[in-house]
Design a protein around this ligand. Structure first.
Ligand code: PGA
Length: 251
């Protein structure tokens, strides 16, 4: 019997001020049917972490950051470390999101360093991987090369702390979703890679999410797939009602 608890994560990207964060959380809590079946995670911008942490106290919702620098501290103007977000109450952090890779030049070396920095600080990294439309024909090649490079340095003992998010880049923010079958097939392939490179127990335990235009209308069919352990939601997570509706697809 598999015991992977589904994770529904809302990645707000560069959206919401502190007062908009307060409004979101109040409305979400009013719409959310709390259940232990899934784990709910909010990933607000850095500026909203403290306010979100206070409002989420005792509510059973996890908090995470969208990015970190891989260094612990020092002269890195504008950057924020894993220890800092941990001290703000974060349990999770995204690493390797396609927007970070494309717009901020986070290559696999940087992604791997960030992932190790997250683990060192006691955060659970969510490693985002995915292919562009041009790479779609050779999706396995792209995904396995990202996994090998980004997880370099992660040993058997710590691999279980990593969550993987498969996000086809052509589906992010475009309204185009991978069909449940295609997402399932790629995610099953990722799990096989984990089994081959770590072991069966790690592969059976690791949570692998799907991301890319997840909405209340398509979430249930994606989340019903045997290897899809949750969703990384961008656009639809900005609406508390839509995000609560996606969470309800698990419960
Ligand atoms: P989207 O974003 O749901 O708006 O496609 C997903 C993501 O970037 O994580």
């Amino acid at each position: 019997m598999l015991s992977r608890r589904p994770l529904i994560a809302g990645n707000w990207k560069m959206n919401k001020t502190v007062s908009e964060t307060e409004d979101f959380i109040r409305t979400f809590l009013a719409n959310w049917n709390r259940s232990e079946k899934s784990e709910v995670l909010l990933l607000p911008p850095f500026t909203s972490l403290t306010c979100a942490e206070e409002l989420l106290q005792g509510k059973g919702i996890a908090l995470g950051a969208q990015d970190i620098h891989f260094e612990e501290k020092g002269a890195f103007t504008g950057a924020v470390s894993a220890t800092m977000v941990r001290a703000c109450g974060c349990r999770y952090v995204l690493v390797g999101h396609s927007e970070r890779r494309a717009l901020f030049h986070d290559d696999d070396r940087v992604v791997s360093l960030k992932l190790l920095a997250a683990l060192k600080a006691g955060l659970s990294p969510i490693l985002c991987i995915g292919e562009t439309l041009e790479e779609h024909e050779e999706v396995e090649k792209k995904i396995t090369s990202q996994l090998a490079a980004d997880l370099a340095g992660v040993d058997q003992k710590t691999a279980g702390k990593v969550t993987i998010a498969y996000e086809p880049i052509w589906a992010i923010g475009t309204g185009r979703t991978a069909t449940p079958d295609v997402a399932q097939e790629t995610i099953a392939m990722i799990r096989q890679w984990v089994a081959a490179n770590y072991d069966e127990a790690t592969a059976n335990g690791v949570r692998i999410l799907y991301g890319g235009s997840v909405k209340p209308e398509n979430a249930a069919s994606l989340l019903a797939q045997p290897d899809i352990d949750g969703a990384l939601v961008g656009g639809a997570s900005l609406s508390p009602e839509a995000f609560a509706a996606i969470v309800a697809c698990v419960d």
